[in-house]
Design a protein around this ligand. Structure first.
Ligand code: HEC
Length: 130
């Protein structure tokens, strides 16, 4: 490879690495757990006949479930319950929704994914008590 070309290559690689590190979001499973327990589980206990533990699904099942974005037997979007709009609507009575009111939706969804992945049936720390 001649010199000019290798410099161009090196520059491109540095550029790509920087772009990657800016975009990659490091999911916070602990924040996901708080949201899952205080928002998702609170409603499941009230309206779905009881808590739905992360151990009810395997990692692969959770990944597919979240990707499909069909909640409550397909009646609605799961993302809706992670949206800023939803957090806004319950924040007066829900501390987690109030605390995370300004977290970007995509980040919160990644946090929840990280938590259910960890707590799944075949996860690193199966979480029965949702
Ligand atoms: C406002 C109430 C409410 C909120 C908030 C809520 N859920 Fe649910 N969820 C339900 C109800 C009701 C069902 C049961 C639907 C049925 O069986 O017909 C359900 C069912 C589920 C199920 C079982 C499979 C299915 O979709 O039927 C999963 C998994 C689930 N919810 C995950 C979540 C997660 C994750 C969150 C938080 C991001 C969440 N839910 C937030 C009410 C809620």
């Amino acid at each position: 490879m001649n010199r000019k070309l290798s410099i161009a290559f090196a520059t491109a690689i540095v550029g790509l690495t920087l772009a990657g590190s800016v975009q990659a979001y490091d999911a916070d499973w602990k924040r996901g757990r708080v949201y899952y327990r205080m928002v998702c589980t609170a409603c499941h206990e009230a309206k779905a006949g009881g808590a739905i533990a992360p151990t009810t699904k395997t990692k692969a099942e959770w990944a597919a479930y979240i990707k499909a974005d069909k909640h409550a037997k397909g009646k609605e979007s799961l993302k809706h319950y992670v949206s800023k709009q939803y957090r806004d609507s319950i924040k007066a009575t829900n501390k987690a929704a109030a605390k995370f009111a300004d977290v970007p939706e995509q980040e919160l969804l990644e946090d929840i994914k990280a938590f259910v992945n960890k707590g799944a049936k075949d996860g690193d720390a199966p979480a029965k008590c949702s």
